[in-house]
Each structure stands twice: as C-alpha cells, then as structure tokens.
Design a protein. Structure first.
Length: 83
C-alpha cells in the first residue's frame, strides 16, 4: 500500500512510547476527542513556547525586534557622542 503524499514542508518521525504512556495518551485523546497528532502538536507548541523558541518567521522577527531596536539606539548614541 503506497504512502499518502505529504504536504510540502511536512516531516514525519517515528517515536516510541512505553505501554503505560501510550495508554495514558490514548485515553487522553479519547477523552478530549482528539487525535494523537493533535496532542503531539499541542505538546510541542507548549515546549517551544516554554523555551522561548519561535516557530514562524513572524514570531522570530517579533522576538528579535526589541534587541534590534536596543542595538540601534546604542549604536546611534555612540555615533552622536563621537561628534
């Protein structure tokens, strides 16, 4: 049976769970009427957020904007002071 085509940019990874963890995740998915993929998406999004890791280009730009503005002001002050 051929595999379904993946959308551009989509990656697959095989992961392994012990029996107890699998059962707990399966039960949670059923209780919430979610798929395991939806649980994984939520868990990874929370993990990236916890560690302040941007996912999208927009998030990366927003996260870097305060640093860029601070650096610009610092450089601008040095240039004015040299005059």
């Amino acid at each position: 049976m051929p595999r379904a085509e993946l959308a551009p940019g989509v990656k697959r990874k095989i992961i392994e769970f012990d029996a107890e963890t699998w059962q707990a995740l399966h039960t949670l998915a059923l209780d919430r009427m979610n798929t395991l993929q939806e649980l994984a998406d939520e868990a990874f999004a929370d993990l990236l957020k916890k560690h302040h890791r941007p996912v999208t280009l927009k998030e990366a730009l927003e996260a870097s904007a305060p640093d860029a503005a601070r650096q610009h002001r610092k450089t601008h002050r040095k240039a004015r002071g040299a005059q």
